[in-house]
Design a protein around this ligand. Sequence first.
Ligand SMILES: [Zn+2]
Length: 153
Amino acid sequence: MPGRRARHNGLVPAHPPRLDPAIAGRLKRDAAGLFPAVAQQYDTGEVLMVGWMDDEALRRTLTTGRATYWSRSRREYWVKGDTSGNLQLVHSVSLDCDGDTVLVQVDQLGPACHTGSRTCFDGRTLPVTVVDPLRARDARHADVAEPVRGAQL
Ligand SMILES: [Zn+2]
């Protein structure tokens, strides 16, 4: 652009770092530019929490070793553990088949949930109807296999 020059003072990069375009091109974002990120304990498989990311949060997560999210309520980036000390150290990051959800496998130090529980789902089980998989296989021509135990509705 004529007449426009990038500033080079040796401290601020001329171009801020951006998410690799090859990765950005695979992402599907919502209207706000966000996508959900599921955090999972890498060795036990525990589903720890769900947060939101934009391209920059994903870039930071991929490059800093610390899971970084976008807070929709505070409208700012937050590095998990910065205030609580309950760090999430990144082991791997995967896109799902549609490119609209990210799986972040981490080593979660301390509780993942701000309420103090290990995961955001601990102790928050909802009543469900459970079907015996063997009976479901036998009844494959029926519309619904018979529940072995049902939720109180
Ligand atoms: Zn929580």
